[in-house]
Structure formats: C-alpha cells, structure tokens
Design a protein. Structure first.
Length: 255
C-alpha cells in the first residue's frame, strides 16, 4: 500500500510524471533571497542603489540641509571627475588624489563584500565580514611588520595568505557553531565582529603585545616594513598612492 504524501510532495511528483521540471525549494531565507536577486539580474541592485540615494536625500532634507549640494560634495570627494577630460589644472590634481583614496578604500570593501556574497550564495547570512576583515588585518600587519629580512615578494605573499587564513578561521567559528549546536550565523557573526574589534584594541592598545616599540604612549602598531608593502603604481607612495591591491580585488571578483 502506498503511504500518503504531503500536498507539496504530491504536486512535485505530479509535475515530474508530466515531464515538467520540479522547482528547487530554497532551504534558508538567505538562499531564497539569493535566488530572488539572481532572477532579477542587474535590475535589483540598480533599483536598490537608487532607493538608497533617495532615502539618503530625504534624511538630509529632514535635518535642514540641501541633498543636492551634499551629493555634489560626495561626488567631488570620490575623484571620479578625473576621468572626464574637461577637468584640468588643480582640479584634476585634486581629483586624482581623491580617486586614489577612493580606490584604496574600495579594495578591502570589494574583498569583504565577496566574503559576504559567497556565504550568501551558499544560503547563509554572513554578517561577520567586518570581524573577519579586522582579524585578517591584524595578522597582515603583524606579519608585515615582522620578518624584516625576508625577500619582498615572499613577504607580501606570506602576509596575504596569513590574512586570508586568519579571516577564514574567524568565519569558521560561526560555521562550526552552526554545524554543531545550530547557532544562528547572524547572531554569532555579529558577536564575533565585536570580539575581533576588542581583540584589536587590546593587541595594539597601550601596553598591548603588538603596540609599536618606539612610542609607547601611542596605541598603534609597528610600521609595515617597506618590502612588505604592495607596490604603488599611481600617486606618491609616501602619500599612500594607489597600489596593485585593486587589481587583486578585481581578479577575485572575476573568479
């Protein structure tokens, strides 16, 4: 005798018998949201960005400021006007400096966003990108400020790999908690963000084990040695010009 089936199973079975594809049901809210975004293509993120600008403009307007001038200042701060040939003279030089800083800041944001997106595609809400970035940065700074006699290329590769492993380990804590005790990854990753921040404050704070050796009254790390820094291809290295990390981030996006 055939056992009774749930209505959803019976409907799926009927579709299979009729030769129609059976829709895959996403198991988690993140998986359902990812499927929704993939179905919308580029329309969803574009509309999301436009809505964010609109709501931001409303918020600026509510505090009595001009949203148009505010967004104009943001535009000038990005340095994107450098790409237009009619930007000349001192305005072009200032735009170049601003664009370099924009791309420098964008590089870790791209990589952190990829970490969140990868988990999102797997059906998980990784809200711990900040903590994973902080832990990776701590390890990268420590590796980059030590081993002064190491060859430059090897030193850079070692710092990058160590940072990746540290960030992956920090993310793995939330994964292990979810796999073993069913802890919600949203809660655990948010808590791990703050844990990472406080660990960094302790390590680089006054009297911390990674505080700089020269000025003990300043809570900062030791400087990354020159050979362990990514090469700068645009701008003045002393003024933190744009380094090749942006290309690493773009390659990671493509892959």
């Amino acid at each position: 005798m055939n056992e009774p089936r749930e209505p959803a199973e019976a409907e799926a079975g009927g579709q299979a018998l009729a030769g129609e594809p059976v829709a895959e049901v996403a198991a988690t809210p993140a998986a359902r949201m990812a499927a929704y975004i993939r179905g919308g293509g580029v329309v969803v993120p574009v509309l999301t960005a436009l809505l964010a600008f609109l709501l931001g403009g409303v918020a600026v307007l509510l505090v009595g400021k001009d949203p148009i001038s505010t967004y104009e200042a943001i535009w000038k701060g990005t340095g994107l006007q450098w790409v237009f040939p009619w930007t000349t003279g001192e305005d072009r030089d200032l735009a170049a400096l601003n664009l370099q800083q924009t791309l420098i800041i964008a590089t870790p944001l791209i990589l952190t966003g990829l970490a969140v997106a990868f988990a999102f595609r797997a059906g998980l809400f990784n809200i711990g990108g900040q903590g994973q970035y902080v832990v990776g940065s701590i390890v990268a700074v420590w590796v980059g400020s030590e081993f002064a006699g190491m060859p430059g290329f090897l030193h850079i590769v070692l710092a990058i790999l160590a940072a990746c492993l540290a960030g992956a380990f920090w993310a793995g804590i939330a994964g292990a908690l979810k796999a073993t005790v069913g802890a919600n990854e949203v809660v655990s990753t948010i808590m791990l963000n703050w844990t990472a921040i406080f660990i960094g404050l302790y390590l680089f704070g006054l009297g911390g084990p990674l505080q700089n050796d020269r000025e003990r009254s300043i809570p900062v790390s030791n400087d990354v040695v020159e050979d362990a820094r990514l090469p700068v291809f645009w701008g003045d290295p002393i003024l933190q010009g744009l380094h090749i990390g942006i290309f690493i981030a773009l390659v990671a996006v493509v892959l």
